[in-house]
Design a protein around this ligand. Structure first.
Ligand code: SAH
Length: 349
């Protein structure tokens, strides 16, 4: 645990909170009460905690920070009801999160870092560089604050917002532990997806944790040469290493990998791409999600039209690959990663 997470009461596991409570000479059951206020009743501050004695609240305040995010902007899509939230962190930085309503429940897409240092050419989150990692509590709070603001339960969490989750490994793992804890919100591991641009050593580490979460890999190209043009991380890890790590993840966890493939017109949506993609992943137990690229104004990438995307999908299907085209949500509200925060920072909002 980083020094900061140590000082952050919402980033502590119940066990750690119990240890601290006992060290301070309080009764053991107080830990469970505090934990419940934070992670089930989603208290915004100590004032709400009716059954906690004032003296204990004061001890907590002296020992820890209490992280609660403030929504400073909410945009709602007129097309599909998707909501995008801009949150202010305790240090004044900002992150964005997206709430989507599906038939099977509500899903929240959270950020894992302030900014990103991965440099993918089509992504708005990386344009201003990387600021810092998010604490476990700051990842949880995106879900807690949204639950309170919408008044509805969240059933699925995807770590697909700004940032590279496997570049913030320890805090990510602690976040998953707290999120899926039966004493907290108790979201099932199977309803959590972590998306990575492909940091191979940490994909292997994650496989060894043997969690039941879904790992999504941002592939976007089926040859090293093409991938390097879109994603700098491809200079560090080859597709061979990446695919081996995916197979290892499946072997360790039994969880099928999801590949994400942003379709960019004329760049990675040709017949040749279909063939190369089939050669690359045809033998894996996987699923591929096609995402028509969300054009950002800083870059000249174009979305293929519906017919071209369908044709790409059909060809892959004929080759025996499980494939879907992701339904686009919140198109009218700066749906693409990092667009809202960027706009806000630039003072255009
Ligand atoms: N760093 C992680 C998670 C954040 S990005 C990762 O790379 O997976 C979530 C997904 O959105 C990734 O697949 C990313 O490549 C994709 N993405 C980013 N910008 C996009 C855009 N403008 N259009 C379509 N997909 C985009």
């Amino acid at each position: 645990m980083g020094a900061e997470a140590n000082r952050d009461i919402k980033s502590l596991t119940l066990k750690e909170l119990q240890n601290w409570i006992l060290e301070t000479g309080e009764k053991a059951y107080r830990a469970k009460q505090l934990y419940e206020w934070m992670h089930v009743k989603l208290a915004r501050n100590y004032d709400e905690m009716g059954n906690i004695p004032k003296a204990l609240k004061e001890k907590c305040e002296a020992a820890f920070d209490y992280t609660a995010l403030k929504a400073i902007k909410v945009q709602e899509s007129q097309i599909d009801g998707t909501k995008k939230f801009l949150f202010e962190l305790p240090d004044g930085n900002m992150v964005e999160s997206v709430w989507m309503r599906y038939k099977h429940g509500n899903s929240v897409c959270i950020s894992s870092q302030v900014g990103c240092r991965m440099g993918c050419s089509f992504c708005a989150s990386t344009l201003n560089g990387w600021e810092r990692n998010l604490l476990p509590s700051e990842m949880l709070e995106q879900i807690y604050a949204i639950t309170l603001l919408t008044g509805e339960r969240v059933s699925n969490v995807v770590v697909m917002g700004t940032g590279e989750p496997l570049d913030n490994y320890d805090n990510l793992l602690r976040f998953i532990e707290l999120l899926t804890d039966e004493n907290g919100l108790h979201i099932s591991q199977r309803n959590v997806t972590v998306s990575t641009c492909g940091i191979v050593p940490n994909m292997r580490r994650l496989a060894q944790e043997k969690l039941q979460i879904t790992l999504a890999l941002s592939l976007h190209a089926a040859t090293d040469e093409k991938r390097r043009k879109l994603m700098p991380i491809a200079n560090t890890y080859s597709l061979d290493e990446l695919i081996e790590a995916c197979a290892y993840y499946f072997k360790q966890t039994g969880r099928r990998i999801t590949f994400e493939y942003s379709l960019i017109s004329g760049v990675n949506d040709t017949k040749e791409d279909v063939r190369e993609l089939t050669d690359l992943i045809g033998g894996l137990n996987c699923h591929i999600n096609l995402i028509p690229v969300n054009p950002i104004k800083e870059r000249d990438f174009k979305q293929p039209d519906r017919a071209a995307a369908e044709s790409f999908k059909n060809k892959l299907e004929k080759n025996g690959i499980n494939v879907t085209i992701r339904r686009e949500m919140g198109r009218d509200i700066d749906g693409a990663c990092g667009q809202l925060r960027r706009k806000y920072i630039a003072g255009q909002s």
